[in-house]
Design a protein. Structure first.
Ligand SMILES: Cc1ncc(C[n+]2csc(CCOP(=O)(O)OP(=O)(O)O)c2C)c(N)n1
Lengths: 590, 86
């Protein structure tokens, strides 16, 4: 068995049946071995970034290991953004690259790049295989490490000669995870029972640990009001009466008010990211903190924890549920306050009843949420549309919301949706993208076509880089710079060029029909949605400011008025809300 | 900004490719500067004594270094007293 066959053998041993890759010179021995392999589906994406992001989407949607493969040099460098994306969101990923033959390393050989050096800061661990005999053990360890504890990408770089070397079959014993000693929760329970205004603050760590059920059980039983980070969306039941939604820069006013007012913050599987906390000085100023996480290095990193509990989140949540059952917390007033905030300080978005009115982003996402089923997976891109999805789509489960949180990678959505569709073959998978983001990995339309994936594609087209435009408007004196995309391609024609049917809508009364049409179609379909250029995501906290200083449409309008500006004034553009994008307007769903 | 403090840490690592680079990169990214380094490969283990400068809490750096797969042990040694440094 040669090195390449050993890699496939490791895939089989770990039931890895789907991998995303792109061939080339130094990885050719692995592609040669794939010809004879049974039970591994290799998905050929059209760019290595697409491979890495598809592997990421596969892992997020399923909880399984995502695997991507590329050749040396440009293949490996093209993976970088996707691997960094997985690293920032702790996604379990195995990255395999071919390297130039051992004897050529360090000679500036054709397609040689120092992958090990380049990727150090964006991996959980990485290997350059230097001894063929070590390859089987490295594969075993890499697969284990990527999924163990706090997951992350592990990169194995293998010189071509090692892929071709005969290596005797080795009996690999699976690595058993080191069991962490259960930590005592007594002190945390004491803080919890003393608290009058406790708040649960949960993030992506809950689903990464497979602790969704245990977490919900605790939240439902204890009745503690709650907020979530972008990656924690879906952690709570949609009917949880004390849940205030996402906090932070584009969080709900209610969520940020609750953080401000709470006297105990119970942080579960979250790392207190600056987009969530705002300026740290002003964050939860009156609260003691219980921090529960799989990664001890997160404790006290940004906010001092009064109690830190490190370990498996599922077991810890079960322990809390057991310990608090039968002893309700005395937090009735606080629950009532939070319920009131839930009712009055959520995300405002009026559905536009005017049939001819242009489509607003939030109204569109609300309709999408109402029409799609509970089991739908949404893969977002990055920008305003991503925030509208986070604010207005009601997710039933955290693994249904695929979003690039830590890195904020435009171009994530389409390949992630492809990966998710491979992971969840029977589910409806929808990519919600912006016109800017969509163009970053549009080549993956060819992957959808090749595999006839029934992915639904939605482009919310505001003919600009909306999120940047919004910040330029609010924080840079409305000086628009390089955000205009009014020369976008005709997206409908573009999809059709890939044999993907497409329709376009631009009026409020077309929303329902448009969504229903793509959902009903048996196969991939694209819905182009022309939305108003100047719509903003509200509320917003200025980067670097405290979450208490939220701006919303009303405060902004007031400020504009006092500055003598009309709310929709644009220095360099005459676009108004009534103006639909020029292209694509010719087709509609009606 | 506060005056950077001097810290001394001792570290044991497996001699994998890029082990030292990885360690140094984490030190830099987490806000510290290496001002002294003594490293020796003994019985298949890198033994490293490092003097660092930085104004962030060194315990934070320690927990980041302990996460590295190649690192087996990180030990903080008594900080260099200001008088000694002068
Ligand atoms: C790869 C990458 N480049 C640049 C950015 C900075 N950025 C964040 S949001 C955004 C605009 C996104 O535009 P679009 O996809 O059209 O979405 P919209 O905000 O209009 O909904 C940009 C440029 C980024 N996050 N990722």
């Amino acid at each position: 068995m040669n090195g390449a066959q050993h890699i496939l053998e490791a895939f089989h041993r770990h039931q890895i049946d789907t991998v995303f890759g792109y061939p080339g010179g130094c990885i050719m021995p692995l592609y040669d071995a794939l010809v004879d392999s049974v039970g591994i589906e290799h998905v050929l994406c059209r760019h290595e970034q697409g491979c890495a992001l598809a592997a990421d989407g596969y892992a997020r949607a399923s909880g399984r290991l995502g695997v991507c493969i590329a050749t040396s040099g440009p293949g490996a460098t093209n993976l970088i953004t996707g691997v960094a994306n997985a690293h920032r969101d702790s996604i379990p990923m195995l990255v395999i690259t071919g390297q130039v033959p051992s004897a050529l390393i360090g000679t500036d050989a054709f397609q040689e790049t120092d992958v090990l050096g380049m990727a150090l800061g964006i991996v959980k661990h990485s290997y350059l295989v230097t001894d063929p005999a070590e390859l089987p053990a490295i594969m075993e360890e890499a697969i284990h490490l990527a999924q163990d504890g706090r997951p992350g990408p592990v990169w194995v770089d293998i010189p071509k000669d090692i892929l071709l070397t005969d290596i005797p079959p080795t009996a690999m014993a699976p690595i058993t995870p080191v069991a962490t000693a259960p930590c005592a929760i007594d002190e945390a329970l004491a803080l919890l029972s003393e608290a009058r205004r406790p708040l649960l603050y949960s993030g992506g760590g809950v689903s990464l640990a497979g602790a969704e059920q245990a977490f919900r059980q605790f939240a439902d039983q204890a009745g503690i009001p709650s907020v979530v980070t972008l990656k924690g969306i879906g952690n709570h039941s949609r009917h949880d009466p004390y849940h205030l939604g996402m906090l932070g820069m584009h969080g709900s006013r209610g969520a940020n008010l609750a953080v401000d007012a709470c006297d105990l913050l119970m942080v579960v599987g979250a790392r207190l990211d600056d987009r969530a906390t705002g300026k740290l000085d002003g964050f939860a100023p009156n609260a003691r903190v219980i921090h529960i996480d799989a990664d001890a290095a997160e404790f006290n990193k940004l906010r001092k924890a009064d109690i830190a509990l490190n370990g498996d989140l599922g077991s810890l949540m079960q322990a809390f549920t057991q310990a608090t059952s039968g002893t309700p917390l005395a937090i009735g007033d606080w629950q009532q306050q939070c319920q009131e905030w839930r009712a009055t300080k959520g995300f405002p978005a009026a559905d536009n009843d005017e049939p001819e009115a242009p489509i607003s982003g939030p109204a569109f996402v609300r309709q999408l949420s109402r029409i799609t089923g509970d089991d739908t997976v949404i893969a977002c891109d990055v920008g305003q549309h991503q925030m509208w999805v986070a604010q207005h789509y009601r997710f039933a489960h955290p693994r249904h919301h695929l979003t690039s949180g830590g890195l904020g990678t435009m171009g994530f959505g389409l390949p992630a949706a492809i990966g998710a569709q491979f992971a969840c073959r029977g589910k409806t998978v929808i990519n919600v993208s912006g016109d800017g983001s969509f163009m970053m990995n549009a080549q993956e339309l060819a992957t959808i076509r090749r595999y006839r994936l029934p992915v639904k594609l939605i482009i919310m087209d505001n003919q600009c880089l909306g999120m940047v435009r919004q910040q330029q408007e609010l924080f840079y004196g409305n000086r628009e710079s390089q955000i205009n995309l009014d020369d976008n391609p005709d997206f409908v024609a573009m999809a059709r060029a890939f044999d993907i049917p497409a329709i376009s809508i631009q009026r409020s009364d077309q929303i329902r029909r448009g969504i229903e049409t793509i959902l009903a179609y048996d196969g991939p379909m694209l819905l182009h949605v022309a939305i108003a250029r100047q719509d903003n995501v509200w509320p917003i906290v200025k980067p670097g400011a405290s979450n208490g200083d939220m701006l919303d449409e009303h405060t902004q309008r007031h400020q504009n008025m006092s500055a003598g500006q009309t709310p929709t004034e644009h220095p360099t553009s005459s676009a108004s809300s009534a103006q639909a994008p020029k292209r694509n307007a010719k087709e509609n769903a009606a | 900004m506060s005056q950077p403090d001097q810290h001394r840490i001792y570290c044991e690592m497996n001699p994998e490719p890029a082990a030292i680079e990885r360690l140094c990169q984490v030190i830099r990214v987490r806000g510290f500067e290496v001002t002294g380094m003594n490293a020796e490969l003994r019985d298949g283990t890198w033994e490293m004594a490092l003097t660092l400068k930085g104004s962030r809490p060194v315990a934070m750096l320690q927990s980041q270094l302990e996460k590295l797969h190649t690192v087996n042990r990180v030990h903080r040694m008594p900080a260099v007293a200001a008088a000694q440094r002068a």
